[in-house]
Write a protein that binds this ligand. Structure first.
Ligand code: GLN
Length: 493
């Protein structure tokens, strides 16, 4: 029999509906792949085979009864940030040891309601803080890709490193992920997969462990643009449990795929040409421009003048919100408790041993920028900068630009335990230079693979859209995907 894990979601869906394969066969193929390859890649931190097979069986029954949902029988991996009822949910932190929620996040509920099957929980940077998946309590994830002629382990990007690696290595058909400053798009770019961060408010945040609530959004990582469109349609919803989710009709994203780009205006922001950016990235960007032009889009140069303030402002706003959100982990309500001589001592010991270094760094920065005397100088100032960044985008969209094309990341995947990055957190933060603006402005952004660098590693381009216009992103990204071709990671099993 052909390898079932080679099927995209769209292909598997069609074969399941035609009863050419069963959900149980498909799920078993993925469980076998996980069993073989996960020891090496560390993409899953909890596998749920019994649950997966039960769900697959129920899918087969619905398929037989002609009652299939949009994702009936499709096996997915779930980032450990999503609350999954009765199943390991720890945001890959030690402080949430043993936590199994009594609830299900809205996004995962939506997926199960459409018939998807859960394979397990995916590794990530602790509390989604990071760009390399190295801050996970469960250890780093390996990128399934290798540079030409090298066997050195590379990072899959972060924070959704487990999601991206699992999709690239075919350990799931698709995965959920979240993006606060780039955590869907950067790992997608590092692994040759497609990742979309939808508009803030498109997906409910309810039941997802909070990092920075005004920036966090859920979205899919998938093997191709069509699969990402199918997954987002299912994940998105307005939700009375998240008042920032928005009641705007969710289009059938898949139906836009393949539509010509005639009449679309694509903006190229000069501020995304940063100093020290490798020549290869510039070349890739130019190639992307040429592809979109060939497909009928018109290209215009634009300026987003406040771009250079986005990263510093993000690293004030995100830690500020994180320091507040993470105050709830006190050893009383969830997870780890380290006993102390009194309650304050217990809090201190629990938080000291429960949080990793990067999380502690964010809590300290966040507490500092929110403290009396510094609030106006840092937090308030960063909020003002955020408004200016948003206005830059509003101005170009107002002038008729439909979408903006940029590189997704300033480099390809780097090595695990890269000393240069490990010794300087600010260097690690620079990974997000092209992605954080999108979160600051609440806009949708998609990363799509567009080529390989000279070492044979995937590189991605990013498209940024108007609020709630994910459709144009799928339409445009598909053109890039068609021109660039698909990039398959080496097989691990
Ligand atoms: N890398 C960024 C950070 O560490 C973004 C993380 C994310 O999007 N969750 O904050």
């Amino acid at each position: 029999m052909t390898d079932l894990t080679a099927l995209t979601i769209a292909e598997a869906r069609d074969q399941l509906k035609a009863r050419a394969i069963t959900a149980t066969e498909l799920t078993s193929a993925y469980l076998k792949a996980i069993e073989t390859a996960n020891g090496a890649l560390n993409a899953y931190i909890a596998v749920t085979p019994d649950k997966a097979l039960d769900m697959a069986k129920a899918s087969d029954a619905r398929l037989a009864a002609g009652k299939a949902g949009a994702l009936e029988g499709i096996p997915l991996g779930i980032k450990d940030l999503f609350g999954t009822e009765g199943v390991h949910t720890q945001a890959c932190s030690h402080i949430l040891d043993g936590f199994k929620p009594h609830y299900e996040s809205t996004v995962t509920s939506n997926l199960w309601a459409d018939g998807a099957v859960m394979l397990g929980k995916l590794n990530m940077d602790e509390f989604a803080m990071g760009s390399s998946n190295e801050s996970s309590y469960y250890g780093p994830v390996k990128n399934p890709w290798r540079a030409n002629g090298s066997n050195a382990d590379l990072v899959p990007g972060g924070s959704s490193g487990g999601s991206a690696a699992a999709v690239a290595a075919r350990l799931c058909a698709g995965a959920t992920a979240t993006d606060t400053g780039g955590s869907i798009r950067q790992p997608a770019a590092f692994t040759g997969t497609v990742g979309i961060k939808p508009t803030y408010g498109r997906c409910s945040r309810w039941g997802i462990v909070a990092f920075a609530s005004s920036l966090d959004q859920a979205g899919p990582i998938a093997r191709d643009v069509r699969d990402a469109a199918i997954l987002l349609k299912s994940m998105a919803s307005v939700d009375s449990k998240d008042t920032t989710s928005v009641d705007i009709a969710i289009p059938d994203y898949e139906s836009i795929i393949g539509k010509p780009l005639t009449g679309l205006k694509i903006g190229i922001p000069k501020e995304y040409r940063v100093e020290g950016m490798p020549e290869e990235i510039e070349k890739l960007w130019q190639q992307g421009i040429a592809w979109l032009k060939d497909a009928g889009a018109s290209i215009v140069d634009i300026s987003l003048p406040h771009t250079k303030y986005a990263l510093p402002a993000y690293y004030i706003v995100a830690p500020a919100e994180a320091s507040s959100n993470l105050a709830r982990y006190d050893g009383v309500r969830f997870g780890l408790r380290v006993p102390g001589k009194d309650i304050v001592d217990m809090y201190e010991r629990t938080r000291a041993s429960g949080f990793g270094d990067e999380v502690k760094r964010r809590i300290m920065i966040g507490t500092y920028v929110l403290s009396a005397g510094y609030y106006d100088a840092y937090y308030l100032q960063a909020q003002k900068v955020r408004t200016l960044i948003k206005k830059d985008f509003e101005d170009v969209f107002h002038a008729g630009v439909d979408a903006i094309l940029t590189p997704a990341t300033p480099s390809a995947a780097f090595g695990i335990a890269d000393q240069d990055l490990a010794s300087d957190p600010v260097k690690m933060y620079l990974n997000d230079i092209f992605t954080v603006t999108v979160n600051m402005a609440g806009l949708p952004g998609i990363a799509v693979p567009a080529g390989l660098d000279s070492r044979g590693l995937p590189l991605g381009l990013q498209l940024i859209g108007r609020p709630f216009d994910e459709e144009t992103l799928f339409q445009t990204a598909y053109v890039i995907e068609q021109a660039a071709g698909r990039f398959n990671a080496p097989k691990w099993w």
